[in-house]
Design a protein around this ligand. Structure first.
Ligand code: SRM
Ligand code: SF4
Length: 566
């Protein structure tokens, strides 16, 4: 029973959005997908089917580099890989499918998954079928459901990591939608009979008939490393240990980053810490947090539909009470916790069980072969010869784990043979950087991101050398639009696309990624970025106290100065 009859935060009398009508009409989410898939004369899927496809992990896109010559449809497919963990066998399937049906690259995402890009329509069916036959799937990687669940990827130095990963997988399974459409379309290749009562009136046991008002994101973190950016998630669990044992989790709710230019009612928000739960309560708590979003979220305006707006408008105290009523018990207060840093582990290290693991930097998360740097081929060879576990990180890198100590030198050699160093892989600022895909695949991109950041980083490296800070790590993230897919609002320096070659400049996140940055300049043109940063980095080099981070200096010197001047 809920404390109050659910009254959504939507304005009274507002009309449900088109997506709500679609979900109500076809609650299995089958749309007309199988028919269009099997019709070679159909170049693309209808606008309504585009929305259904997302629940199946697929986005209809067109190559934006080729728009002058018309629309060249391509599809992006996103995997569901809880915690980003894959076996070598599974990795080889991903690699083969990207080679045979995609654009010969695999893109590690900022939520520890893989995306195939550039899949053509005739490849869609075979790719999806073969992925499922290899016991992997893409369901709920997108859509108004719980997305890929994140968990710390670095292998265990104590017993905690394996347990947290297992809990992340449990939650992922418990929040998965139950529609039969996915299997029927992509594995059996047939359209569901939408007039059959079990399909027409299908009600998902957790989501109901209309799923969530919007996407829902879940992550687990282990202190002191905030590698998953826990506070940007709708639902977060911070592991709490006592004497080396996991005793439970602090529950965080209501984070999210997406915003729109010119719409002040949309904003990034960091999650509230709600209370403490035991591992036994995980599934019930997760399902009930999700149901509160389901029942109270705004279904009339998709820009106001994330759980973060429920928290912002109703408050964390209200949320806790509503959750406790649904659970039928009080939640203890959260335990003390502290994050110190974000980011990944690079280079070789040893896990608690004595096996070796290797963190590898992947530029913009893109696994590919290029002249003198053949990462894609090297990873296939390593998977075939040494059978490591692949762990995708939330900063778009990869860790090769469970490697026998005796194989360490041979793995290093394979990488060296393909132009990939394992020591000094790249500079500190590149290791801590992220960019979203944007052009040419993302339909929402306003400016370049993945294709531009590497060149900009070269210039920023030059600038850091100029001011004597070559070794300094600064977290720099770029996105091609304000949706924030590479989490730019948590960075020490964030670039957010406004238009071709134009970016907003955000400054002032912290090392632990627990503080939102703030807008410093609304428009900076790309040739001016370095000139804009030069005086800031020069002052930082002169004024910083001890090992003070750039984001902390900005907070102290720039934002406090601005506040004092006002
Ligand atoms: Fe994202 C939409 C890529 C993580 C906020 N995101 C998109 C789409 C699907 C564009 C679209 O709707 O047509 C992008 C596909 C581009 C392409 O060509 O591949 C896209 N998002 C990505 C990825 C691949 C970026 C990356 O650099 O890795 C990430 C995939 C993660 C995954 O495996 O599930 C990705 N997206 C994020 C994150 C970060 C996170 O979740 O930790 C965010 C900010 C956090 C949040 O959700 O608030 C994010 N993506 C969005 C939004 C804004 C949502 C909102 O609340 O307003 C959109 C637009 C939308 O949903 O309408 C979006
Ligand atoms: Fe596309 Fe914007 Fe996300 Fe970048 S941030 S991938 S441009 S939606």
């Amino acid at each position: 029973m809920s404390a109050t009859a659910p009254v959504s935060i939507a304005p009274p009398g507002a009309k449900p959005s088109r997506n709500e009508e679609l979900k109500t009409a076809i609650p299995t989410l089958a749309g007309n997908l199988a028919a269009t898939l099997n019709d070679p004369s159909a170049l693309c899927f209808s606008a309504d089917d585009e929305q259904f496809m997302k629940f199946h992990g697929i986005y209809q896109q067109d190559d934006r580099d080729l728009r002058k010559t018309g629309k060249h449809y391509i599809w992006m497919i996103r995997g569901r890989i809880p915690g980003g963990v894959l076996s070598s066998r599974q990795y080889l399937v991903y690699d083969r499918l990207a080679t045979n049906y995609g654009n010969q690259t695999l893109r590690i995402t900022s939520r520890q998954s893989f995306q195939f890009h550039g899949v053509v329509k005739s490849g869609l069916g075979p790719l999806m079928k073969q992925l499922n036959e290899a016991m992997m799937d893409t369901i709920a990687a997108c859509g108004d459901v719980n997305r890929n669940v994140m968990a710390p990827p670095a292998p265990a130095r104590n017993g905690l990591q394996a347990q947290v990963l297992a809990d992340a997988s449990r939650v992922s399974l418990a929040l998965a939608p139950k529609t039969k459409a996915y299997h029927s379309i992509w594995v059996e290749g047939v359209q569901l009979d939408l007039s059959a009562p079990e399909n027409k009136d299908f009600v998902d046991p957790l989501y109901g008939q209309t799923y969530l008002p919007r996407k829902f994101k879940t992550a687990f973190a282990i202190q002191p490393t905030n590698d998953v950016d826990i506070l940007t998630n709708c639902l977060g669990y911070i592991a709490i240990e006592e004497a080396g044992k996991l005793i439970g989790y602090n529950l965080t709710v209501g984070g999210g980053l997406g915003r729109s230019h010119g719409n002040e009612e949309t904003y990034p928000r960091i999650a509230d810490v709600i209370g403490f739960i035991t591992p036994e309560q995980l599934i019930e708590v997760s399902q009930n947090v999700l149901k509160i979003h389901r029942d109270f979220g705004d279904r009339t305006n998709r820009k106001h539909a994330r759980l973060k707006y429920v928290l912002e408008e109703k408050g964390a105290a209200w949320f806790r009470e509503e959750l406790e009523t649904r659970l039928g018990c009080k939640l203890p207060d959260a335990k003390p916790f502290k994050f110190e840093k974000q980011g990944d582990h690079f280079g070789w290290d040893t896990a608690a069980d004595g096996t070796k693991f290797l963190g590898l930097y992947v530029e913009a998360g893109r696994i590919k072969d290029k002249d003198g740097y053949r990462l894609k081929t090297a990873l296939v060879k390593i998977a075939e010869q040494f059978n490591p576990e692949f762990r995708l990180t939330p900063s778009q890198n990869v860790i090769l784990a469970n490697i026998a100590a005796a194989d360490q030198a041979a793995v290093t050699q394979v990488l060296a043979d393909h132009g990939i160093p394992v020591a000094n892989q790249t500079t500190a600022i590149r290791r801590a950087s992220m960019a979203c895909p944007s052009m040419p695949t993302c339909g929402l991109g306003l400016a370049e991101s993945e294709r531009y950041l590497p060149a900009l980083m070269t210039n920023i490296e030059g600038l850091l050398a100029e001011v004597g800070l070559s070794e300094q790590e600064i977290i720099i993230r770029m996105t091609g639009c304000p949706n924030g897919c590479a989490r730019p609002y948590m960075a020490e320096i964030g670039f957010v696309g406004k238009g071709p070659g134009r970016y907003q400049l955000y400054l002032g996140g912290n090392e632990a990624c627990t503080r939102l940055n703030r807008l410093y300049k609304d428009v900076v043109k790309d040739p001016e970025i370095i000139n804009e940063l030069r005086p800031l980095l020069t002052r930082y080099a002169q004024e910083r106290v001890g090992a003070e981070r750039f984001g902390d200096w900005v907070e102290r010197a720039v934002w406090k100065e601005t506040a004092a001047a006002n």
